[in-house]
Design a protein around this ligand. Structure first.
Ligand code: ADP
Ligand code: ZN
Ligand code: MG
Length: 485
């Protein structure tokens, strides 16, 4: 029997606010353990939460970017459970009246071949069930001397968005492409840094399978604790195969939470449905309903930048790029801005794309530098492309100049002058060099005259060598042809 996978994703994104969601403590990552705390985020009795306005602004931006409908009134709710990193004994979240609902994204997605290369990009719509606001818990550390554990409450009260998809994904790669896109969008609008390794973006995957053609969903499992995109894809793939195997052998899937173990490349059962929490949600009595009006929404909408998929599509059309190129060039907002500035400076969209995707990306990667801090100004790269197109330097020397530009941050004209790299297009000068080369190689000359015409390349090479590659190659060809007859 053929099976089909059904996947839904729950994403937690840490917001880039300066302070926490309900107090004035710093929300920054990496402070000394428990320094960034106060009675509110320590959950001391009697301390009262006050909602951070910046959190609502960022939630609004994110909801609009993901096409969600924002509820004019939403309600904070207590999600009750006991854990040492949750001093209040409950998390303030949202439950049956969330901040926003019914969103979607329409994005390119593709299966991958054995080498992980995309096979064919196709646009698909994935629905988003809800996006709500909540606070993060602290962090338990089970390290150091047994039997002790430690707790760091710096993260307690850091604002989060929880973004829950509909079960619309039918393969691990669709899920992968969706998470990548969500991350990119949150970064574009500046609300989350998207760092999965540091935990500022976390993703839980719900996975089930069903016989192809069946309309009812199968029993799902939930995979938690995956801390990279690639692991997420692998964990889902593993889980699909595991479930298909059980069903094919006549078994049944148990609804449970499973953990991904990267070292062993498999998932493990963490807890079954019977042990699942009953959170006893109820409305948070210490916070009023959250109200946002249409004016607020319109004001924030006007701050939205061009979103990644819209920008990618525009790049593809306007600059005549491939899907792959347009995706790479819109990977981050700084990259897309950089590209457009290079195009502006040199007037050639294709060459700009080629230079960035080969030379620039290689140098950035080697130096572990982000394009936002690129030592080569976009205008200077554009100028370099112009200098090549106008034959001031050859393409080959252009690549050497580019590496020097990356090392020194100097503009191309300055470097070409300093290093004396201008292309030699002076006919008289080139003729002198050609004469010298011919004089120095009498044997090759007589062989050539005797019919070994493939020695032509030898002479070209000698002239290039004599000029350290600076001779205008087209001109050398013409002059040599004249001279050798
Ligand atoms: P729960 O009550 O277990 O939290 P929800 O209905 O709230 O389940 O859905 C949680 C997530 O699981 C959502 O992202 C949803 O799309 C996804 N989901 C729900 N049912 C299934 C299923 N049968 N297979 C895969 N994913 C599912
Ligand atoms: Zn605090
Ligand atoms: Mg749920």
């Amino acid at each position: 029997m053929e099976y089909e996978a059904v996947i839904g994703l729950e994403i937690h994104a840490q917001l880039l606010t300066k302070s926490k969601i309900f107090c004035a403590c710093s929300a920054a990552f990496g402070g000394r353990a428990n320094d960034d705390t106060c009675p509110v985020c320590l959950g001391l009795p009697g301390a009262l939460p006050v909602l951070n306005r910046a959190v609502v602004e960022m939630a609004t931006l994110a909801a609009l970017a993901l096409n969600l409908r924002i509820n004019e009134t939403s309600i904070f709710a207590r999600k009750n459970y006991f854990y040492p990193d949750l001093p209040k004994g409950y998390q303030i979240s949202q439950y049956d009246q969330p901040f926003s609902e019914h969103g979607w994204v329409e994005i390119p997605t593709s299966e991958r071949d054995e080498q992980g290369r995309p096979i064919e990009w196709r646009k698909k719509r994935f629905r988003i069930r809800r996006l709500h606001i909540e606070e993060d818990a602290g962090k338990s550390l089970h390290e150091g001397q047994d039997p002790y554990s430690y707790v760091n409450l710096n993260r307690s009260g850091v604002p989060l968005l929880e973004i829950v998809s509909e079960p619309d994904f039918r393969s691990s790669w669709q899920a992968y492409d969706y998470v990548q896109y969500l991350r990119k969008t949150l970064q574009y609008i500046g609300v989350c840094d998207g760092n999965m390794e540091e935990g500022s973006l976390r993703c839980d995957a719900n996975v089930s399978v069903r016989p192809k053609g069946e309309t009812k969903f199968g029993t799902k499992t939930e995979i938690k604790n995956v801390n990279s995109f690639r692991f997420l894809q692998k964990a889902i793939e593993y889980e699909i195969a595991r479930q298909i195997e059980i069903l094919s052998e006549g078994g049944q899937i148990i609804q449970e939470t499973r953990l991904w173990n990267e070292r062993e490349s498999r998932t493990y059962s963490m807890r079954s449905k019977e042990e699942a929490h009953d959170y006893r949600y109820f409305p948070e009595p210490d916070l009023p309903p959250l109200k946002v009006n249409q004016e607020w929404i319109a004001a924030i909408r006007s701050q939205l930048p061009e979103l990644p998929e819209a920008r990618r599509e525009r790049f593809q059309k306007q600059y005549d790029l491939s899907m792959e190129e347009s995706m790479l060039l819109t990977q981050t907002r700084s990259m897309a801005d950089y590209y457009e500035r290079v195009v502006q400076a040199c007037g050639n969209a294709k060459q700009s794309a080629n230079w960035i995707l080969s030379e620039l990306l290689r140098e950035l990667k080697n130096a572990s530098v982000d394009v936002a801090n690129c030592p080569v100004k976009a205008e200077d790269l554009g100028r370099l492309i112009q200098l090549i197109n106008t034959d001031t330097i050859s393409g080959k020397i252009g690549k050497e100049v580019f590496i020097k530009m990356f090392e020194t941050g100097k503009p191309p004209d300055v470097l070409i002058e300093e290093l004396g790299l201008q292309q030699i297009s002076d006919v008289t000068k080139l003729q002198q060099i050609i004469d010298a080369v011919i004089e120095a190689n009498p044997k090759q000359l007589s062989s050539y005259k005797a019919g070994k015409t493939n020695l032509f390349g030898f002479f070209v090479g000698q002239v290039m060598k004599a000029t350290q590659g600076r001779a205008n190659p087209q001109l050398v060809n013409n002059l040599l042809k004249e001279r050798l007859g």
